[in-house]
Ligand binder design. Structure first.
Ligand SMILES: [Zn+2]
Length: 72
């Protein structure tokens, strides 16, 4: 099944250093059923594009359009 974009999301911190230091908790709304849930992503979730997670309500795979720049 293809991943769908979350309807809305918010993140506690947006700075990259904080992002990788603390594993941000992202609050999002399922793009399918609009269920609101939150998940703490790990840095590895960002390595291969957008982080994805299953909606705990309808089990659709959602992706969060967060872009992480590698500023080494
Ligand atoms: Zn859902």
């Amino acid at each position: 099944m293809e991943a769908i974009r979350v309807k809305a999301y918010s993140m506690w911190n947006t700075s990259i250093s904080t992002l990788f230091g603390k594993s941000p908790k992202v609050k999002m709304m399922c793009g399918n059923c609009e269920y609101v849930f939150s998940k703490r992503f790990e840095p590895i979730h960002f390595y291969k594009g957008y982080p994805k997670t299953l909606c705990p309500s309808c089990s659709r795979l959602n992706y969060v359009p967060i872009v992480v720049n590698n500023e080494e």
